[in-house]
Design a protein around this ligand. Structure first.
Ligand code: FAD
Length: 416
């Protein structure tokens, strides 16, 4: 994670025009009051700014580091039209990390309802903060031994410091949040059991942890891994020198950079289209390039074999309607040698909970069905985050979880 220097932040922030119609704020999915924060920073009101940022986005310290800023505040800064855009996210990271480290939280009151939160990723943490502050008795059930979800078990620590997560956990504990670690909800501890035990509402924020497959021969061979499994504990893996990563999103970039970080010499990201089609941010692609990751474009995997992966060349063609299609170039199949192959082509939800719960509907992708404000199809059960939207971003999970927290609050108050 980049070291922040307060002097540099000051210089950069002084370049802000404080626009009347701030495009940075308008393009922030959680409507961060950017100009107000900048004014407070200039007035030296750091604690106040930290509190406002936290109340608007409990994961502000994390969003400052890992949001796709080039599509949001940074990419829409008017300064960026003629020169360098203002890096508000660096100021946000600085203020919000200090606030999380130094603030001491307490509950606003006592509300005698128990709420169960299943999953401690961005969605679950957001909900826990909002409802615990109001006074609810919160229990988080987390299947892993530490909280954070993808923030801890997906995004590499060279990109996101674990200290922020530890501070978040401390603040949650101050709000009397109980955390049950290594507690998988579904098969044994069922949703119905939680309801029987008197939880007034249950929130499901379990994310997407089933790797999607390529559906080609060879995916079960011993040197093939799914990125989401690899990133969970990269130290356990012996990948060898030559690693081929198949995919083009941020997960693929994280897997490639991590493989390089742990010593693989020749790491190649292979993708069936062009750079402009990749879903990874330019920042992540550039970081990967700078760290020595190679890219092979217009190649689609055909089969994985002991020696590596057979790819076929592809190309874009325009049909009569002007639509661009991707076609394989027959006869161009060629082996790309690899000691290990990592597949990073997105994720879908696991079904531990839905297969053990009546009346909890999913759509054809296995994602939980909810209404606009977070009610699932089962009374008293709510959901948000990737398990509802599919793989998206942290800020989107937080923004929607904020809304669902209010839905749960209203639900509990109307029942009391
Ligand atoms: C490698 C990777 C890199 C990413 N990089 C970025 C990025 O740079 N910027 C960005 O904005 N987004 C990024 N994302 C996406 C982002 O992390 C997710 O959109 C976000 O974490 C979703 O939050 P969530 O709370 O819905 O789910 P998750 O973060 O997946 O958390 C779900 C939690 O539920 C727990 N859980 C699951 N099932 C159960 C169960 N049955 N019982 C108990 N606990 C359970 C899991 O262990 C986990 O802790 C990345 C994703 C990945 C995989």
């Amino acid at each position: 994670m980049k070291e922040l220097n307060l002097k540099n932040i000051h210089e950069d922030i002084n370049r802000c025009f404080l626009c009347k119609k701030p495009r940075c704020r308008n393009n922030c999915p959680i409507d961060t009051p950017i100009p107000d924060i900048i004014e407070m920073f200039k007035d030296g009101k750091l604690e106040e700014a930290g509190e406002i940022l936290f109340n608007n986005n409990p994961l502000s310290a994390i969003c400052g580091v890992i949001c796709p800023h080039e599509d949001q505040c940074l990419g829409n800064c008017i300064r960026g039209v003629k020169s360098e855009p203002v890096k508000f996210h660096e100021l946000e990271t600085y203020i919000s990390s200090e606030y999380l480290k130094n603030a001491r939280f307490k509950q606003d009151g006592v509300i005698n309802n128990r709420i169960a939160i299943v999953g401690s990723g961005p969605a679950g943490i957001t909900l826990a903060f909002i409802l615990a502050k109001k006074g609810y008795k919160i229990t988080i059930f987390e299947k892993n031994s530490e909280i954070g979800g993808v923030l801890r078990y997906g995004i590499p620590d060279f990109r996101l410091s674990r200290e922020i997560l530890d501070n978040i956990e401390e603040r949650l504990l101050e709000l009397n949040v109980k955390i049950r670690y290594n507690a998988l909800v579904g098969p044994v501890l069922t949703i119905d059991k939680l309801l029987e035990d008197g939880y007034s509402a249950i929130f499901i924020g379990t994310g997407v942890w089933n790797p999607r497959t390529l559906s080609i021969k060879g995916e079960s061979l011993g040197h093939v891994h799914y990125a989401i499994n690899y990133l969970k504990s990269p130290r356990s893996f012996r990948l060898g020198e030559k690693v081929v990563i198949i995919g083009a999103g941020n997960v693929a970039m994280d897997a490639a950079r991590t493989a390089k970080y742990y010593g693989a010499k020749d790491v190649r990201v292979v993708y069936r289209k062009d750079f402009e089609d990749m879903t990874a941010t330019n920042a992540e692609i550039n970081d990967a390039k700078e760290e020595g990751v190679d890219f092979e474009l217009f190649k689609a995997p055909v089969e994985i074999v002991d020696e590596g992966v057979v790819f076929i060349d592809t190309k874009k063609v325009e049909d009569e309607d002007g639509k661009v299609r991707l076609i394989n170039i027959e006869g161009s199949e060629k082996l790309m040698e690899a000691d290990s192959v990592i597949i990073a082509v997105s994720q879908s939800p696991k079904n531990n909970i839905v297969s053990n719960t009546q009346n909890l509907e999913t759509n054809r992708h296995g994602l939980l069905v909810i209404d606009d404000i977070g009610h699932t199809t089962k009374q008293g059960v709510f959901a948000s985050g990737d398990v509802v939207t599919g793989a998206r971003t942290v800020v989107e999970a937080v923004a929607h979880a904020k809304l669902v927290a209010e839905t749960i609050h209203e639900y509990c108050q109307s029942a009391n």
